[in-house]
Write a protein of this length. Structure first.
Length: 338
């Protein structure tokens, strides 16, 4: 009997891709167990694996790296995924800011872990961890951009881009989220109904932007310009590795477009770097109603190393699952310099 985790993945990405993810991704054995229902943790893991696969589909060098791991019998550990939101009301049917995504995560057992000011970017980042398997199921790093900290023309352009955003969640999906939040589990058929709608939330929910709006946004914020073309798409997925410095050098030796330097947290325990963003072709509307296509930065793939730390409350050693505002702002440049 196929475990619920892989039954869900099969239904989303197909048998071959699901089998590949099972071979290459590190998954806690308890999440691969057979059963008649889908726990919130299993659904969270399925969502993360599908989102990870989506990044590989859109970032060719990330796919190449993972194929190297498959060839060499190595594993990847999906540490966290990141996405960007806009903290502005009046976004059509979409909730403002991070709530567009947090409303999905809460029923899957995620809780707020830390808040990270991203002052240089006029944004705020928040990390969310899964309570049942905090070290094993990927975290989410959700950033909110604050339009009120920019010029009035910028704010007008934000409204022009996002003002008619759509809510991808149906009433049925919202009901199923309420059920799993209350009961901690769904039937396999219910989970198969819900998972595609959860994935649909990690996409662009607004129409093709006006070129004039995009250029206004780009002049003040590369991050908001990225949102204008990519929306709430997974900005990046992240592989937790033992030695990020050695890995970065190995990728550079292969000629892959890596970030120049490794970002090191103030504690010294968290080190991050990344492959540069893939370039993608996106449509824009001109003033006369015609459409133009331009090359813009898409998503990217990150690497992170985490050391252990002593828990101040218990005295026990545990993995440092935190982030760092300076590190995060350095990583954000992957979609600027591209």
């Amino acid at each position: 009997m196929t475990p619920p985790l892989y039954a869900l993945l099969n239904s989303i990405v197909g048998l071959d891709r699901s089998a590949m993810l099972a071979r290459v991704m590190t998954v806690h054995p308890a999440l691969e167990a057979s059963g008649a229902t889908v726990s919130r943790a299993v659904l969270a893991q399925a969502l993360n694996m599908a989102l990870f696969s989506d990044v590989l589909n859109r970032v060719p060098f990330a796919e190449a790296y993972v194929q190297d791991c498959l060839r060499d019998g190595a594993k990847v550990f999906h540490d966290h995924g990141a996405l960007r939101t806009v903290a502005m009301t009046g976004m059509g049917g979409l909730p403002a800011g991070e709530e567009a995504i947090v409303r999905l995560l809460r029923p899957l057992g995620y809780v707020l872990a830390e808040v990270y000011p991203l002052d240089k970017l006029r944004m705020t980042g928040r990390s969310y961890k899964q309570l049942d398997y905090p070290e094993d199921i990927a975290q989410f790093f959700i950033s909110e951009l604050h339009p009120e900290k920019f010029s009035e023309p910028f704010q007008k352009a934000v409204r022009g881009v996002t003002g008619r955003s759509r809510d991808p969640l149906s009433p049925e999906a919202k009901d199923l989220l309420a059920r799993i939040e209350q009961n901690g589990a769904l039937s396999i058929s219910q989970a198969m109904t819900l998972l595609p709608q959860l994935l649909a939330c990690f996409a662009c929910q607004h129409d093709t932007p006006k070129l004039s709006d995009y250029e206004t946004l780009l002049a003040e914020s590369a991050e908001m310009a990225w949102i204008a073309t990519e929306g709430n798409t997974f900005n990046h997925a992240t592989d937790r590795v033992a030695d990020v410095d050695a890995l970065a050098q190995a990728q550079k030796n292969l000629g892959r477009p890596m970030k120049d330097a490794v970002e090191v947290s103030a504690s010294g325990r968290v080190r991050q770097t990344a492959l540069r963003a893939a370039m993608v072709m996106r449509k824009f509307r001109r003033g006369d109603g015609s459409v133009i296509v331009r090359e813009v930065p898409g998503s990217f793939y990150e690497f992170i190393s985490r050391d252990s730390m002593t828990d101040a409350a218990t005295g026990e050693r545990k993995l440092d699952l935190g982030f760092d505002s300076s590190n995060a702002q350095g990583i954000f440049k992957m979609t600027t310099a591209a």
